[in-house]
Write a protein that binds this ligand. Structure first.
Ligand SMILES: [Fe+2]
Ligand SMILES: [Fe+2]
Length: 171
């Protein structure tokens, strides 16, 4: 069994990952309405990945004998000033999620909770990729500024992303 403190942090993280999915669907909605289908596709997949993350935390809590909690999700915006603002919102969110995961790692280390520590390693690596992708998106948009051609190219590139489901634990 894991401590109440770790359990609470993991339960909060379940909610944060669902919230991430919600945030990214809001960004997708923004791009759909703007007719930027490739960017919309990219954020749909991002949202799907976040649901996978939420389930991964959920499964872990169940696996260690804890009671998984599903808190109330707050609404998110579908409105952004421009594509760059939406991309920046996702970058800032990923940085926040990374910090949140580090907080759980610190707590697990303090309590010598090796099991949770080992479980979280996957997320540490995942966040490196998440932040790098979000940074790329911001940088690319900063490069093209408001040039329609550049925006079109980025949109086309982002249309090629495909969803790869997570392999379930033990599979
Ligand atoms: Fe995530
Ligand atoms: Fe993420």
């Amino acid at each position: 069994m894991i401590s109440k403190k770790i359990l609470d942090l993991l339960n909060e993280q379940i909610k944060k990952e669902f919230h991430s999915a919600y945030l990214y669907l809001g960004i997708e909605a923004y791009f759909q309405e703007k007719g930027l289908k490739g960017m919309a596709n990219w954020f749909r997949i991002q949202a799907q990945e976040e649901l996978d993350h939420a389930i991964k935390f959920f499964e872990y809590v169940c696996e260690v004998g804890g009671l998984a909690q599903l808190g109330t999700l707050e609404g998110v915006t579908s409105t952004y000033k421009d594509p760059l603002e939406a991309m920046k919102a996702s970058l800032h969110h990923e940085q926040y999620i990374t910090k949140s995961i580090y907080t759980i790692v610190d707590a697990a280390n303090e309590e010598k909770d090796y099991k949770t520590n080992s479980f979280l390693q996957w997320f540490i690596d995942e966040q490196v990729e998440e932040e790098a992708n979000a940074e790329d998106n911001v940088r690319n948009l900063e490069l093209v500024k408001d040039h329609p051609n550049g925006l079109f190219m980025i949109d086309r590139e982002m249309a090629t992303r495909v969803y790869v489901p997570l392999t379930p634990a033990g599979a």
